[in-house]
Design a protein around this ligand. Structure first.
Ligand SMILES: Nc1ncnc2c1ncn2[C@@H]1O[C@H](COP(=O)(O)OP(=O)(O)O)[C@@H](O)[C@H]1O
Ligand SMILES: [Mg+2]
Length: 400
């Protein structure tokens, strides 16, 4: 019997684990996860049959997690919380939990649940995990390195390549949001509305709160520059928004504010990949190195956490990508060249990949899109020829 315990409380994990291992007439193996993101991942890898999930800290995001976890045949989800209420029990049962474990944990109660599970799970059909979309977050603890530029352009580029699939872009830069002006959008609904309605948020409501970028079809959950939320929201709220988005979109790209905060960490936990953006400049590299050290300790590895060098130009005295790799002791996933078209396009309110598809930066974003999709495109399709470049400059000059 494969048991997974998901809880941010160490004593909960230890007590349930001890109770499970204390069962003698069943062959029980146990895994534990501290965060919801780890738990969702481990549930698939380990093909967990019984999952104890503790929602003490994340009720709303937890309900979505239960829905995903329980949407698999031959699995029993057991919910727990520090303060049980009838409303909580009704909601978690509706989400798919089949048993409730009260806190503090009683060994006999756990045994009772395992016994029931033994008879429920005797059919041998294999576990089919529910499919969810993938999420990528752009992060750095330094501002101005190009997170928003790259997040926006990668999202547009993915949406262009994957016609028929749906891509979402979430502006979770809660301090200084700027995706909406970057794409010249005029949203009527905002991240703030998703936060206000987060308890009843589902895929349909989330889509209604998003603004579609007319040229690409990308769905954007914008955040208002005039009305930022400051610190006025919780991990549970942002986690729920991200989980709902993953449940309805094939890809979700998240832009963030430059701080290694618990809010950003809780979103990182639920993302499949984190792109740490840096410039090949000493102050930026110092901050990137520190971030990598902290995140490595938090359990992020090279597959999940990737380094991107942005605004790169090779001139004498600049740090070469190879040296960056050595300094950071981390592989470099992509090098995006310095290109002033990034700024020109931002001033037009156009994504540079559409405004100047043949520019150096667009070429870099296309290569990054390849990495994300695990494909290789012939870059001659994107590379600007000498002639094209001169035409472009002439057009710019003539204002055409
Ligand atoms: N590859 C690039 N080459 C040149 N300028 C860039 C590049 N990427 C971003 N920029 C410019 O750098 C500035 C900061 O970018 P932005 O995406 O807002 O950074 P962040 O979101 O990290 O604060 C903007 O003026 C943007 O146009
Ligand atoms: Mg930004």
């Amino acid at each position: 019997m494969r048991v997974l315990i998901i809880s941010s409380q160490l004593n909960f994990r230890q007590q349930v684990q001890a109770a499970c291992l204390g069962v003698t007439d069943e062959n029980v193996s146990v895994r534990t996860a501290e965060t919801m993101g780890q738990g969702l991942e481990l549930a698939v890898q380990f093909e967990a049959e019984i999952i104890f999930i503790d929602l003490t800290r994340n009720v709303e995001a937890g309900m979505i997690a239960i829905k995903q976890l329980a949407n698999v045949s031959n699995r029993l989800v057991v919910v727990s919380i520090d303060k049980l209420s009838t409303e909580f029990m009704t909601r978690s049962v509706r989400a798919g939990a089949r048993e409730v474990l009260s806190q503090p944990v009683q060994e006999e109660e756990v045994h009772e649940i395992l016994k029931k599970a033994g008879s429920l799970l005797n059919d041998q059909s294999s576990i089919q995990p529910a499919r969810t979309g993938k999420a990528i977050m752009f992060f750095s603890s330094k501002g101005g390195v190009g997170k928003t530029t790259l997040a926006t352009n990668l999202a547009v580029s993915l949406q262009n390549r994957l016609s028929g699939k749906q891509v979402a872009l979430i502006d979770a830069n809660t301090q200084a949001p700027n995706i909406s002006p970057m794409l010249d959008l005029r949203p009527e609904r905002w991240l703030r509305d998703a936060i206000a309605e987060y308890k009843r948020l589902d895929g349909e409501l989330l889509s209604e709160l998003m603004t579609v970028h007319p040229k690409s079809g990308l769905h954007v959950l914008a955040h208002s520059t005039d009305n930022p939320l400051g610190l006025d929201f919780s991990e549970d709220q942002l986690s729920k928004i991200l989980l709902v988005s993953k449940g309805s979109f094939d890809w979700t790209i998240v832009d963030t504010f430059p701080l290694l905060s618990s809010l950003n960490l809780s979103m990182m936990d639920l993302c499949d990949e984190i792109f740490l953006v840096t410039e090949a400049v000493v102050p930026s590299l110092r901050s990137a190195k520190y971030n990598l050290e902290v995140l490595k300790k938090a359990g992020f590895n090279e597959n999940k956490l990737r380094v991107i060098i942005n605004r790169y130009s090779s001139f004498k005295g600049n740090v070469e990508p190879e040296l960056v790799q050595e300094t950071l002791a981390w592989p470099i996933t992509a090098v995006i060249p310095y290109d002033m078209n990034a700024t020109v396009a931002a001033n037009h309110g156009e994504p540079v990949v559409l405004d100047y598809p043949n520019s150096k930066i667009s070429y870099g974003v296309q290569k990054l899109t390849d990495v994300v999709l695990g494909v290789e495109t012939n870059m001659n399709d994107f590379e600007e020829s000498f002639l094209q470049k001169n035409f472009r400059i002439a057009r710019q000059f003539l204002g055409m």
